[in-house]
Design a protein. Structure first.
Length: 509
């Protein structure tokens, strides 16, 4: 239920179910509607209270009737956090807002989202709280969007305080975006981290701090990916430079998994208010691509609520297999991705490249742990995306580790990462990996049969060369893993690096 308190007593509100099965709209909050607009600087405040039960819809909308003459809208909220038994979810309530254009899925009304990262926000024409879009506060029905992420058995009681400030609207700033090209080295290997969070969502770092850490990590490119908002896009231009390409995107954070929209056009917003059962993801994946971006499911086997990927990979351009410091979740993701390679060989269809990113939010999260190293024709958005889409890449834990991985066959045929070596089924093929910066790491060659070769540890210097011979009849593809030493015998150590595969024989991708 939802109650409001305008200073004139407590009034019970009706609940109105919207067309979407996972949304609910409450009764409207109204402000002064007299003929005379209040004086400039005057404020009006309304307080809304309510309780959401366990099993509430994914989104609850509180309509706010905004009159003319408003220069700023401000919303603050609180909610209770009662004690719950061990293993039971407590309360967590996200928040955002849509303007007079409405709440239609993929519509024009989105004006900001902060999830659970902030307890208040404001919007006016020349400025807004990080996560929100500055612009005019026009008259009409706005909607505060509440997202009950988890609700305790006791229910979730909340309080909203909405303040309108009247006055002249001011002047909107003209957004400036980072360039789509940096000073590259022509066709070369470029290092990047494409999953990063700033204070424009639930991160704690400014764009300037992120850019500085990216440079220190030896990165050539990054991609902004704040949760469910594009509000950071105009704030990266001053951080780009000849040495750092900054692409723009979003982490589309649904209740059935997260997807990185990688390198979209500036200002692109991708909606997130759907589940796998709604059959909407394909539409928004196509929107990402129409906006020039790549569709990259993130941390597909993460255990946080709503994080595990449930949309399938038919619309994906790549998949994030390694997310932040290497964990058992990543080991599962790596094995699951390898299974997709086997299926692509069996069904003679396109294969899905893998990548790795830091998902860094705040200290001590390390930007560039891991990083994707991609062979691209130049340091431009388009060239980097082409390399990632083609799988001409490997993932490394830091700038200190570099490798080359090649296959050679009869008549001096040669292929690199993400490529296919043309060879008859019984033609001898030599796989060669050369690494630096990988002290005491072992090298494993993984095929459609599994791990078929494991090297002795590389020397303490971290540099070494490993070779292995096979045929296309024995191995449909070969990919390489570099792993740290482990004291547990047959248990593999944590990844230091891995490559996308080289395919042997057969047809092109």
């Amino acid at each position: 239920m939802c109650d409001d308190d305008h200073g004139n007593g407590l009034n019970r509100r009706a609940l109105i179910v919207t067309g979407a099965t996972a949304a609910l709209t409450l009764g409207s909050v109204t402000f002064a509607s007299g003929a005379a607009t209040p004086a400039s600087g005057a404020q009006e405040t309304r307080t809304v209270r309510g309780t959401l039960p366990t099993g509430s819809p994914d989104f609850v909308y509180v309509p706010v009737e905004v009159p003319t003459g408003v220069a700023e809208i401000k919303v603050a909220y609180t909610y209770d956090k009662p004690s719950v038994p061990a293993g039971t979810q407590g309360n967590a309530l996200d928040i955002g807002i849509f303007d007079q254009h409405g709440t239609d899925l993929g519509g024009r009304g989105f004006r900001g989202w902060s999830g659970g990262a902030r307890t208040e926000f404001f919007i006016r024409v020349d400025d807004a709280t990080p996560g929100y879009l500055p612009g005019p506060v026009r008259a009409g029905t706005w909607h505060i969007a509440l997202g009950p992420y988890t609700v305790s058995p006791q229910g979730l009681s909340y309080e909203l305080t909405i303040t309108l400030t009247y006055g002249e609207p001011g002047v909107a700033p003209r957004p400036v975006y980072p360039p789509e090209r940096a000073k590259g080295r022509g066709r070369a290997w470029y290092r990047g981290d494409c999953h990063l969070h700033s204070w424009y969502s639930d991160g704690r770092r400014t764009p300037a701090e992120i850019a500085a850490l990216a440079r220190a990590a030896g990165l050539d490119f990054i991609n902004s990916s704040d949760h469910n908002t594009q509000s950071s896009h105009p704030h990266w231009a001053s951080e780009a430079g000849d040495d750092l390409l900054i692409m723009l995107g979003e982490e589309v954070t649904t209740r059935n998994g997260h997807v990185v929209a990688l390198g979209t056009e500036p200002g692109t917003f991708i909606d997130w208010r759907y589940r796998a059962r709604d059959n909407r993801f394909g539409k928004f994946a196509r929107e990402i691509r129409r906006a020039g971006g790549l569709v990259v499911p993130a941390h597909p086997h993460a255990t946080c609520i709503g994080c595990a990927w449930k949309f399938g990979f038919g619309e994906a351009d790549a998949v994030e297999v390694w997310n932040g410091p290497y964990t058992p979740d990543d080991e599962i993701a790596l094995a699951s991705w390898d299974a997709t390679l086997v299926a692509s060989v069996r069904e003679n269809r396109e294969w899905l490249p893998a990548m790795g990113n830091s998902d860094a939010h705040r200290d001590p999260d390390a930007i560039g742990l891991p990083q994707t190293v991609v062979l691209a024709d130049d340091l431009t958005r388009e060239a980097i995306q082409d390399g990632l889409r083609a799988g001409r890449s490997y993932v490394s834990e830091s700038k200190n580790l570099s490798l080359t991985f090649t296959a050679t066959g009869g008549r001096a045929q040669h292929a690199g990462i993400g490529e296919r070596l043309r060879a008859d089924a019984d033609t001898p093929v030599t796989l060669r990996l050369e690494a630096t910066g990988a002290p005491r790491c072992t090298v494993r060659f993984v095929t459609d049969q599994g791990v078929l070769f494991t090297s002795d540890p590389l020397p303490v210097s971290g540099a070494g060369v490993v070779e292995w011979g096979t045929t296309a009849a024995y191995a449909a593809y070969v990919r390489a893993e570099l792993r740290h030493e482990t004291a547990a015998g047959a248990v593999p150590g944590a990844l230091a690096a891995f490559t996308n595969p080289i395919f042997l024989g057969g047809a092109d991708r």
